[in-house]
Ligand binder design. Structure first.
Ligand code: KG4
Ligand code: ZN
Length: 366
């Protein structure tokens, strides 16, 4: 039995988790800073760093206590090394380094983006898919505040980043739309809630880079996303409705705007995913990252994915930032090098090189 302590601080969640053998989550403690950032309408990096500094000792205690283990029981520590906000990442990385030195544990720097994908496999049933050759190739749709990407994963561990956003990420677009509609931060959950009573067909927002509305789609953008145009279209719509001056928006109109906007995002994400699924004959579709919490997106993917394709929707608790996905992925780093780890000399990075191999896929170590 191997116990990995995961530590995550790439954005505005301070999180620690204990994961057994990469599969079983013994604890997943998350201290969200949302309330602190809400007043600013988005995450303020320095504020995030200060909040991480004060939160980590108690989040660690909570993770260890809930799991019923002590630091002496932990086999290795995995920490998010990037991509993310540097001031925020540095706090988690240094906290992890301190723990590794103090308790003589091997330390591993983990990629947050790969962690999001791994989050979809947490739990025994989902995890079995990793061992199933017929479940490959797998297509991962990673949609969060920082990413909107399609990644193809092969049974031998090789991976290919098919496409990404050329401007805003899907979550970022929802956050910006919520701000325009004076709904607060973060936008995704409140947009979903507001959209519940809305008519998603009332406003016809654009579907960028899908080849819709007669606009030719270039080959290079076949799997890329673009969301800033939908946001601009919302802005113009508000101007047309004379609602740009802070005037309160009548509830039904607000619901219709939110529903139509969310529908545009969900439509683009699911269309692109279905196109890639077909083109590469993928046998599994994974949806991960904060936006994968979205009920409309989950329903749409469920209805579109053919019966002979596995659909793996990350559990909501493992969609948004958490440390279980880091501790789970960290297990594979540990397996590759259980003694030394990465040492305590490694740095944190806002961006990391494009992923070409996934450690946990198939039996090949990437
Ligand atoms: O994965 P995450 O916690 O952090 C990043 O790595 O970015 O994702 C946060 C993003 C935010 O943009 C938030 O608005 C969005 O995920 N989000 C949602 C929902 N819950 C969170 N978007 C749509 N529907 C939701 N229910
Ligand atoms: Zn994330």
């Amino acid at each position: 039995m191997t116990l990995i302590l995961g530590i995550e601080s790439s954005c505005d969640e301070s999180a620690c988790a204990v994961v057994r053998d990469g599969v079983e989550v013994l604890s997943s403690a998350v201290a969200s800073q949302i309330a602190r950032h809400a007043a600013h309408g988005g995450v303020v990096p320095e504020l995030a760093a200060r909040e991480h500094l004060s939160a980590f000792p108690r989040v660690l205690d909570e993770a260890l206590n809930t799991a019923g283990v002590a630091m002496s029981d932990i086999d290795g520590i995995a920490v998010t090394q990037g991509p993310g906000l540097i001031p925020a990442l540095l706090v988690g990385v240094n906290f992890a380094k301190g723990l590794a030195l103090r308790h003589h544990k091997p330390l591993y720097g983990v990629n947050h983006f790969a962690g999001h994908i791994y989050g979809a496999f947490l739990g025994t049933e989902q995890h079995q898919l990793l061992e199933d050759e017929n479940a490959y190739p797998m297509l991962a749709l990673v949609v969060s505040g920082g990413h909107s990407s399609l990644l193809l994963l092969h049974a031998d561990g090789h991976a290919r980043h098919l496409g990404w956003t050329i401007d805003d990420a899907a979550g970022e677009a929802l956050d910006k739309a919520a701000k325009l509609l004076h709904l607060g931060y973060p936008g995704g959950p409140v947009m979903q809630k507001t959209a519940e009573n809305g008519d998603k067909t009332r406003f016809d927002f654009p579907r960028p880079l899908t080849g819709a509305a007669g606009k030719a789609l270039s080959e290079e953008n076949r799997y890329n996303f673009s969301f800033s145009g939908i946001k601009t279209s919302l802005l113009y719509t508000l101007e047309k409705l004379d609602l740009r001056n802070g005037k309160p928006i009548e509830p039904q109109l607000l619901a219709d705007l939110a529903a139509s906007f969310q529908e545009a995002v969900v439509d683009v994400l699911s269309r692109k995913a279905m196109k890639a699924l077909k083109d590469f004959n993928a046998r599994t579709l994974i949806a991960a990252g904060g936006v994968a919490c979205n009920a409309a997106l989950r329903e749409r993917l469920t209805s579109l994915v053919p019966g002979n394709v596995n659909l793996l929707l990350a559990k909501p608790a493992y969609c948004t930032d958490n440390a279980a996905m880091i501790g789970g992925l960290g297990y594979y780093h540990y397996l590759a090098d259980p003694q030394q780890g990465d040492g305590v000399g490694f740095d944190a990075f806002a961006r990391l090189p494009e992923i070409t191999a996934i450690r946990f896929a198939g039996r090949t170590q990437g």
